[in-house]
Design a protein around this ligand. Structure first.
Ligand SMILES: Nc1ncnc2c1ncn2[C@@H]1O[C@H](COP(=O)(O)OP(=O)(O)OP(=O)(O)O)[C@@H](O)[C@H]1O
Length: 260
């Protein structure tokens, strides 16, 4: 990579007791890139993400954000620079949609009127109708709406980096597809650098510029979908075969002459 990476992992390791959750991982993510981290359950994806904003600390190696070692950045300041979207939205259940989205500006001491304006801007950005959603509690929203609120909250402090932990995993396929596309558009429009965890190679191929494949804490491969097809690793090739097989089966089963 020629220019300084937006996020740089250099030989990063993290163990929990005997478990090497992340094992000597090096990965550079360029400004404006959308990278998907793919791998099965327990392969170290969440740990990799949480190390970047110091929700957990590395045992070895270095992580930089915009060229600065995260170890030298105050964790609270770091988390303002990096938006984080949790798997199930991670919303505070007792706070309204507006209060959930406005919590970071409020903690930063923004005046109440500015918070109202910012919340409205963010609701519009994630395509939620203001009057219909502002005052509702998270439990009254659909899963897709909750994730939109989670994205709005992550963007509230205008971060340049967004980390997403399986943001669309628990949604039905149509909602998932729509949210993925909408977020990809937001990523482009706001010039974000995004790292998204997913179990789903098809989703990774459709949304990401590059894909990083994790297995048992190690980074097996990284590259564009086309580059990954050149991988010599059987596991990576098997992951790529699944979406292909699905397409072939679907094409065989769904007649093309219908209106769908
Ligand atoms: N706080 C912790 N304490 C002990 N072990 C942990 C902790 N966090 C993660 N681990 C272990 O580290 C390994 C990697 O976990 P991690 O959550 O990063 O995987 P993952 O790929 O994100 O999994 P999933 O897709 O299921 O979320 C697992 O074996 C997990 O049990």
């Amino acid at each position: 990579m020629h220019s300084r990476p937006m996020i740089g992992y250099a030989r990063v390791s993290k163990s929990f007791g005997p478990t090497k959750a992340v094992d000597d991982v090096s990965l550079d993510i360029a400004e404006g890139e959308f990278v998907a981290v793919v791998g099965s359950s327990g392969s170290g994806k969440t740990t990799l993400l949480r190390l970047a904003n110091r929700l957990i600390e590395v045992d070895g190696g270095t992580i930089t954000v915009e060229g600065e070692d995260v170890h030298n950045i105050d964790p609270v300041a770091l988390r303002r620079r990096i938006g984080y979207v949790f798997q199930s939205g991670g919303l505070f259940p007792h706070l309204s949609v507006a209060d959930n989205i406005g919590i970071t500006p409020k903690l930063l001491g923004a005046p109440a009127a500015d918070i109202v304006t910012r919340v409205d801007e963010l609701l519009e950005l994630v395509q939620l109708d203001r009057s219909a959603h502002r005052d509702r509690l998270p439990e009254t929203l659909s899963g897709g709406q909750r994730q939109r609120v989670g994205v709005a909250r992550a963007l509230a402090a205008r971060p340049r980096i967004v980390l997403m932990d399986e943001p669309f995993g628990a949604l039905d396929p149509l909602t998932r597809d729509a949210l993925g596309e909408d977020f990809r558009e937001l990523h482009r429009k706001l010039g974000l650098t995004t790292v998204m965890i997913t179990h789903d190679m098809t989703e990774a191929i459709l949304l990401a510029d590059r894909i990083a494949v994790m297995r048992s804490g190690t980074l097996l491969a990284q590259g564009t979908p086309a580059e990954l097809t050149e991988s010599g690793d059987d596991y990576v090739l098997e992951l790529l075969r699944t979406p292909r097989r699905q397409v072939e089966r679907l094409n065989a089963l769904l007649p093309r002459s219908g209106a769908a």
